[in-house]
Write a protein that binds this ligand. Structure first.
Ligand code: NAP
Ligand code: ZN
Length: 355
């Protein structure tokens, strides 16, 4: 790495247009500011949102775009006002790297809902430069948006927790302590499989609702779910009507909500986290007659992210990940899109040939 006085040259992989294909790309990072943490990227999880943004499907993407917001790295330099983190520490960065610090969301430690939040990539930083993510050799991030990886947690295990994990944890956290609740996890992918592990660790009875039979054995035997429903099978769905207190919906595509709403008990909650690129539909009667709620949730706060990492390490949970090199990333995207990953790709950035 260059000296702290100069901008850092970084090697990453970027999308250049709406095909979303990633290829090598060099760029520079800002100098390490007084409250900044500079780190060498070790691992970065591959999130479905990366693909949405690489193709400009959700909001307008500015190219070149270096994705990656499940980043774990080893600290190489800290600014003079950074107290809790030191060189050599393992740290993590999730989906946002800045916020206004003054609005009611920021003041309530819910900075992910700040309307001036700065996204880890495809954002504009305070210096006017585009932000670039963790599919690259290094990052510089303000200390407020850096979490510490607990010693007991392997860095590659920590990566998916920084977006997918906290996306499941933040809405589920409202139910922690309520043992015996019956929860549903809709869509067993990156977010969903972490949701199963977290909900089980909270003591809930967990039903996986999946689009096919393919994941039944893994869901029940490896992830410890209590029940498995195939959403396209009316008989299975019919038997589960009004049985669940909540459903965490992680589906990244358009789907009608009615069959899932009818699985909820009176007062049950359907919590949307999956991003559909077109509006979703539901019959109002399905909400009214069961006094049901449809709600949404966006990642988690920095506080919740640290809490999840500590919880994960304490309970000793293990996610199912597939570690791949950067050269494989375009294939990983294709496989993720066709629902062929068990259950999260994690890029071994430090072990890839980027320099
Ligand atoms: P993923 O690994 O691709 O998993 C999504 C799962 O949904 C799949 O494994 C599949 O599970 C199911 N699915 C996929 N296509 C489907 C379709 N057409 N119809 C029905 N089910 C389908 O994706 P992910 O990384 O977990 O992300 C899930 C979604 O959450 C994405 O839209 C992502 O952008 C979003 N996200 C949101 C937040 C947030 O803060 N709200 C944060 C992170 C990610 P089955 O095989 O079990 O059906
Ligand atoms: Zn704010």
């Amino acid at each position: 790495m260059d000296s702290p006085q100069s901008e850092r040259r970084v090697e990453g992989w970027a999308a250049r247009d709406t095909t979303g294909i990633l290829s090598p790309y060099s760029f520079t990072l800002r100098k390490t500011g007084a409250e900044d943490v500079a780190f060498k990227v070790l691992y970065c999880g591959v999130d479905h949102s990366d693909l949405h943004q690489m193709r400009s499907e959700v909001q307008t993407t500015n190219y070149p775009l270096v994705p990656g917001h499940e980043v774990v790295g080893e600290v190489v330099e800290v600014g003079p006002e950074v107290k809790k983190i030191k060189v050599g520490d393992l740290v993590g960065v999730g989906c946002i790297i800045g916020s206004c610090g003054e609005c009611s969301s920021c003041k309530s430690n819910l900075e992910q809902y700040c309307s001036n939040r700065i996204f880890t990539y495809n954002g504009i930083y305070k210096d006017g430069k585009p932000t670039q993510g963790g599919y690259a050799t290094a990052m510089v991030v303000h200390q407020k948006f850096v979490v510490s990886i607990p010693e007991k947690l392997a860095p590659e295990q920590a990566a998916p927790l920084l977006c997918a994990g906290v996306t499941a944890y933040s809405p589920l956290r409202q139910f922690s302590g309520l043992k015996g609740l019956k929860g549903g996890i809709l869509g067993l992918g990156g977010v969903g499989h972490l949701g199963v592990l977290i909900a089980k660790a909270m003591g809930h009875h967990v039903t996986v609702i999946s689009s096919s039979e393919r994941k039944r054995v893994e869901a029940l035997e490896h992830l410890g779910a209590d029940a498995f429903l195939v959403s396209s099978d009316p008989a299975q769905m019919g038997q589960a009507i009004e049985s669940l207190d909540y459903i965490l919906d992680t589906v990244p595509a358009v789907h009608t909500l009615d069959s899932y709403l009818s699985l909820l008990k009176v007062n049950g909650k359907l919590m949307l986290v999956g991003v559909a690129t077109q509006p979703l539909q539901f019959d109002a009667v399905n909400v009214i007659l069961g006094k049901r709620t449809i709600t949404g949730s966006f990642i988690g706060s920095m506080e919740e992210t640290q809490e999840l990492l500590n919880f994960w390490a304490e309970v000793g949970l293990t996610s199912m990940i597939e570690i791949v090199k950067m050269e494989y990333v375009n294939t990983a995207m294709e496989r993720m899109e066709r629902n062929d990953v068990r259950y999260r790709f994690v890029l071994d950035v430090a072990g890839s040939n980027l320099e």
